[in-house]
Design a binder for this molecule. Structure first.
Ligand SMILES: Nc1ncnc2c1ncn2[C@@H]1O[C@H](COP(=O)(O)OP(=O)(O)OP(=O)(O)O)[C@@H](O)[C@H]1O
Length: 235
């Protein structure tokens, strides 16, 4: 025994993550969470309202910094990284989908998908455009490429948000209540898209209130008061 920490290759790992909001009365959002989301897996994060699901997702996606603990991205610790390196890692390795799509209303569908590509700046203009159209086509959205978000249905807007998340071909997709604003049919369709991304080898984490959709996930993590607990049988 050398005592060395064995780091898993691939996937996303939380190691004793704690997030406390400082203040006169500190608020504990995430309280010692350790988990591993396997490469090519879809993990559902469930729990009652206010249990810390979004806070955990933001930590996993390097959108927030833990008070203590670490997030290992493909086995590499991130807590010690400076802000610029974290920002770059997030842009290259993570795609995000939120409950409310946060598409830019004055941009077309295509231009919304181009935003993260332009930020990364790895491709020429022509290559970016053809990749964006390819992604939109894979989500059955190519015909809507020139429309504005306001001209789309809720399901189409969320598919555009998924396309934007895929823009830089990230191995990690994190989604916060991506189906929360959708009807049952569109919710199931978006969840199936996320399953497809996992089957294609991406690592997907989804915060959801929908127990039926969560039950289809190969991995499940249930939070209560910022801590992981056993999944209630009715959840
Ligand atoms: N910036 C903040 N300032 C104060 N309290 C916060 C902040 N962010 C989160 N909280 C509180 O921390 C707790 C966890 O919030 P979080 O959004 O992570 O929970 P959640 O499980 O995702 O909730 P929901 O299902 O309602 O979206 C909640 O009680 C929330 O009110």
């Amino acid at each position: 025994m050398t005592g060395a920490v064995v780091q898993e290759e691939g996937g996303l790992r939380a190691v004793d993550l704690v997030r406390v909001l400082p203040g006169p009365v500190p608020t504990v959002l995430v309280d010692g969470v350790s988990l591993t989301i396997r490469p090519g897996s879809l993990a559902a994060i469930t729990g009652p309202s206010g249990s810390g699901k979004s806070s955990l997702l933001y930590l996993l996606g390097l959108l927030d910094r833990p008070t203590s603990g670490d997030v290992l991205v493909d086995g590499a610790p991130t807590a010690g990284l400076d802000s610029a390196t974290r920002d770059r890692l997030r842009l290259e390795r993570f795609g995000f989908v939120f409950q409310f799509h946060f598409l830019l209303p004055e941009f077309s569908v295509l231009d919304n998908v181009l935003v993260p590509m332009r930020e990364l700046g790895a491709l020429s203009g022509t290559a970016m455009r053809s990749r964006a159209l390819e992604i939109l086509d894979s989500l059955d959205m190519a015909e809507q490429a020139d429309k504005l978000p306001a001209q789309l249905s809720g399901g189409q807007r969320q598919r555009t948000a998924v396309a934007r998340a895929l823009a830089n071909d990230p191995p990690f997709i994190l989604a916060d209540e991506p189906t929360g604003a959708l009807d049952t049919r569109n919710a199931a369709a978006v969840f199936e898209i996320l399953h497809g991304l996992a089957r294609a080898g991406r690592t997907v984490a989804v915060v959801t209130h929908d127990a039926g959709l969560a039950a289809t996930a190969p991995q499940r993590f249930h939070l209560v008061d910022g801590r992981l607990v056993a999944i209630p049988t009715a959840a």
